[in-house]
Design a protein. Structure first.
Length: 440
């Protein structure tokens, strides 16, 4: 296990490198396996989480190779996974596990899923319930990993109403529906990340998203599409960019640039919130790339104010609340985050970890089951001098390393190796723009 010490930093300046989008990377590998022919991927996130998905697909018989900077997947079409009775270790990757469960449920295979201690605590009932309706058989003693799925050679088309707006649940159901002979229909209260819909449409699937008269979202997928192999140029990850963005907003004299960031409307609730708080954030060079909208971003030091964040914004910024909590800690006034109960089901209980660590630093923070209230300091430093155990949560680790850049006394983050699951170059990239981080 490793630790990183973060200490007060005078400014962050320059262009920072941010890795490829994690959500899109997982999907590009899986969808490439479902296509016929060779799919090429540029800018794949080469992190522990994504490699868990990549290695799982290899164990199921998918040929995946790297040619210089590009990854290539030789797809044999829908339902072509052929190596049976495998045990797939997804490590810490909730996205990899849940989406692959949908892919296996729509294949004539029996597969066991396992993961690390953190992943094995995360709830899978939300995935199990809809997949059972497709005809898959699932054996799990406590609705968590480990679990075993016997997929259905021809899954039933289902109509499923989800109480959650979850891109993982939605994508798992749609992946199973790819091999159905009918139309799969999925409903969710708010539109969650729609990378699956965009990417499948880009590959030739007949898929439609619309808001109904009842103000819920309806996604329909026609089964057995002829998915064409393609070239995916993966944009950079807005969730990873969130950390240097907040640090630059808070540290005086900072001015940073980040290129080629995914600005899909289902991913920019965080940027919209920071702008509402007074953040000087400029998006330019907007364009479309393989069905996704991308832009370059400039960030300058800003004086932030507290805001009330509505629950309706949660799906578009679910991963950014830990680092948003750091921004709120230095804002003027109170920030309230509503409807965030699903943060308790991430790698850790993120609400609990944020609340406890901020209170140790003298930042008044309190929570209920579904929200978090932070009273901002209205200044750009804290006393610091604490240790934070990430508990294998990469976003908790990076968030408190960013906070340490504004601490009179250093903050030490333990188990910082978990950062490799999403942002392997975080340490070097942040140091390059001026962050004072030291491995200890």
């Amino acid at each position: 296990m490793s630790s990183i010490k973060s200490q007060i930093t005078s400014k962050l300046v320059g262009e920072i490198e941010v890795p490829g989008d994690k959500s899109i990377s997982h999907r590009a590998l899986m969808f490439g396996a479902c296509a016929i022919g060779t799919t090429t991927i540029n800018n794949l996130l080469e992190s522990e989480d994504v490699f868990s998905t990549l290695n799982a697909l290899k164990k199921l018989g998918v040929k995946i190779t790297k040619n210089q900077e590009h990854w290539k997947i030789l797809g044999n079409g829908l339902g072509s996974l052929f190596v049976n009775n495998q045990t797939l270790d997804l490590g810490n990757s909730g996205t990899g596990a849940r989406l692959l469960m949908g892919l296996v449920a729509g294949s004539d295979l029996k597969v066991t899923f396992i993961g690390d201690k953190s992943l094995s605590r995360r709830p899978m009932k939300r995935i199990i319930e809809p997949l059972l309706k497709t005809g898959a058989q699932i054996d799990s003693s406590n609705n968590c990993l480990p679990l075993t799925i016997q997929g259905s050679k021809i899954p039933l088309p289902i109509e499923y109403y989800s109480k959650l707006s979850s891109a993982q649940v939605k994508s798992s159901v749609l992946l199973s529906g790819l091999t159905s002979t009918g139309t799969t229909t999925y409903f969710e209260p708010l539109l969650s990340r729609d990378h699956t819909e965009r990417m499948l449409r880009y590959m030739g699937a007949e898929i439609k998203s619309e808001e109904t008269l009842e103000n819920i979202w309806k996604i329909t997928l026609k089964g057995l599409p002829n998915l064409r192999s393609c070239y995916f140029n993966i944009p950079n990850d807005p969730s990873s960019a969130a950390f240097p963005i907040v640090a630059a907003l808070l540290i005086k004299n900072s001015n940073i640039f980040i290129k080629n960031i995914c600005v899909n409307k289902t991913r920019i609730g965080f940027l919209n919130t920071l702008i509402e708080m007074g953040g000087k954030i400029k998006l330019f060079n907007r364009k479309e790339n393989c069905g996704e909208k991308v832009a370059d971003i400039e960030v300058k030091h800003s004086k932030l104010k507290g805001v009330n964040i509505p629950a309706e914004r949660v799906p578009s910024m679910i991963d950014e609340y830990p680092i948003l909590s750091i921004a709120a800690s230095f804002a003027e006034g109170k920030t309230t985050m509503n409807g965030i109960k699903d943060l308790r089901n991430k790698e850790t209980d993120r609400i609990k970890e944020v609340e406890e660590s901020l209170n140790k630093l003298g930042i008044k923070t309190k929570s209920s089951y579904d929200n978090l209230l932070i009273e901002g300091l209205g200044k750009n430093f804290v006393e610091g001098g604490i240790e934070v155990d990430s508990k294998l949560d990469h976003r908790i680790a990076m968030s408190f390393l960013c906070l340490g850049l504004l601490s009179k006394k250093p903050i030490i983050v333990k188990q910082s190796e978990t950062i490799n699951s999403s942002f392997p170059n975080f340490y070097n990239s942040m140091k390059k723009i001026g962050a004072k981080l030291i491995k200890i």
